[in-house]
Structures are given as structure tokens and as C-alpha cells.
Design a protein around this ligand. Structure first.
Ligand SMILES: [Fe+2]
Ligand SMILES: [Fe+2]
Length: 263
């Protein structure tokens, strides 16, 4: 059976990277993936998300969108919406309207008995002072008092999806926006940002499922590829980032960050 050609990237931050979308379209036309996974932080807020997904869907047969923390920011235009409602309902709906598929609630099935499971994930705590995160006032989580309660809810969603996927699929790709394998990141993340990057709890959940063949994350604006012990699970972070952050030439940064795997 032929493998799935899966492209992925995270942290496109299109509101900061003006002119990036046409370049992304060109690269996708050239590489011809069957599936394109966006691992969060497409925009800050969601008002332009659907229009962009619609354009990408004209190029790639299947576009899979997972929200990042920025996609869950509550902008003035969203009225009384909470980040929780955005995650559970609104983003799911606008992703489907655009013809794309939403990662975050249910597994998505590809050919060759392959499932894609995704959650934004969350983190153990806000960054330590003097650093602060806009999530503190731009995300609203009614009923959750601390970031780790949001993380626990996300971890449970991850667990449920993996349970479902393992019954049907023979291979699973896991996508989280936040960092799941924090134990491997100690030397790469500054101490004051460490609690804000993700949670090892998500990683511990992923490692319980031996059918997981590839893990993809975002949020950290740096490119990493690890073999996660004990089974050497490939885990990759491949963001675009903010302007000039990961290279001075946007086209080159995009070529490097848009990864293509066959699963
Ligand atoms: Fe980001
Ligand atoms: Fe992020």
C-alpha cells in the first residue's frame, strides 16, 4: 500500500508574516503533499482562519488544522466567546466550513490505516516573572483556575482520542501545539520560560500508545528533531516563527520549516 505524503509546519503567525501565504501556496504546489498539518499558531485570534484554510484546501487534498494558544486568543470581535468555546465549537465549525479537518477533538483517519490525533495541549504554569504571557489575559478558560487544569483537560482529550484511534488504526501520528517531552528540553529552554512551554504529562500519555509512529509539535520557535526514548519515537518541532526569527530569508525559512514525511 502506498504511504501518506504528509507535510507539516507550525507557528506560521500569518498576522506577523505578511506575504507569507502566497509563498506557502507555492511551496505546497511544488511538494504536492496529500495531507497538510498545521500544528497551531496560524493567527492570533480566528477571524481570518477560515479564509486561509479555504485557500490552502484548493492546493492540498486534506488540510488538518490544530489550534495553538494564539488561535485561542479572545479578540474584541469575539464578544462573549471563551477560549474553551473556541476550541470546542467555533474553530471546529469554521475549519469544517473551509473544507478542512479539525484536530483537537476527534481522530482524523488517513489511508493505510493511519490516524492523526491532535490536541493543543497546555502548560504547567505561566512563565516566571519578570516574563509574562499574553495568554494570561487573552485566553479565557471559564471553570479552569490554573494553566495545569487546562492542561489536564487537554491531556484527557488526548488520552480519549488515542484510545479510539488505537482500536481502528495501525499507525498514529500525534500532533500537539505545546511541548510534550519536556524532559528532553531542559538544556534548550530558559528557566523562566520552562513551565510555559508544555508538559511532560502529555508526553507520558503519548508514550503509553505503541502505535504512535510520529509526534509533531509547535509553540517553541526553534527547530528540533528527537528520538524519544525508550522506543526512539521520532518527535519534531518545525515552526516558521516571527519575522526574521529563524533565518533572514523568509522563503528559505519556509522551505526548511515545511517538513514532508511519508507514513
Ligand atoms: Fe508561536
Ligand atoms: Fe504557541
Amino acid at each position: 500500500m502506498t504511504l501518506n505524503r504528509v507535510a507539516f509546519i507550525s507557528d506560521l503567525h500569518l498576522d506577523h508574516n505578511i506575504g507569507l501565504l502566497p509563498q506557502l501556496e507555492k511551496v505546497l504546489k511544488k511538494r504536492k503533499p496529500e495531507v497538510f498539518i498545521i500544528a497551531g499558531d496560524l493567527f492570533s485570534g480566528f477571524t481570518r482562519t477560515s479564509a486561509v484554510l479555504k485557500r490552502l484546501k484548493q492546493i492540498v487534498p486534506r488540510v488538518l488544522f490544530l489550534p495553538g494558544n494564539h488561535d485561542l486568543w479572545i479578540a474584541e470581535t469575539t464578544g462573549n466567546l471563551s477560549s474553551h468555546e473556541l476550541y470546542q465549537k467555533t474553530l471546529n465549525k469554521i475549519t469544517r466550513i473551509s473544507g478542512s479537518e479539525y484536530l483537537g477533538l476527534k481522530p482524523v483517519y488517513l489511508k493505510n490505516k493511519t490516524a492523526v490525533v491532535g490536541v493543543t495541549g497546555w502548560y504547567d504554569n505561566y512563565p516566571l516573572p519578570p516574563v509574562s504571557s499574553p495568554d494570561q489575559h487573552l485566553c479565557k478558560w471559564p471553570g479552569f483556575e490554573t494553566p495545569y487544569q487546562v492542561r489536564n483537560w487537554q491531556n484527557e482529550l488526548l488520552h480519549q482520542q488515542l484510545e479510539e484511534a488505537q482500536k481502528i488504526a495501525s499507525k498514529i501520528i500525534v500532533v500537539t501545539h505545546m511541548i510534550p517531552f519536556m524532559n528532553l528540553m531542559k538544556e534548550y529552554i530558559p528557566e523562566q520560560l520552562f513551565p510555559y512551554m508544555g508538559s511532560q504529562i502529555l508526553g507520558d500519555t503519548i508514550l503509553k500508545y505503541p502505535k504512535v509512529v510520529y509526534a509533531i509539535s509547535g509553540h517553541l520557535h526553534g527547530r528540533f528533531l528527537f528520538s524519544v526514548p525508550p522506543g526512539a519515537l521520532p518527535w519534531e518541532i518545525s515552526p516558521f516563527g516571527y519575522p526574521g526569527e529563524l533565518g533572514k530569508n523568509p522563503r528559505e525559512t519556509l522551505e526548511q520549516s515545511l517538513r514532508l514525511i511519508e507514513v
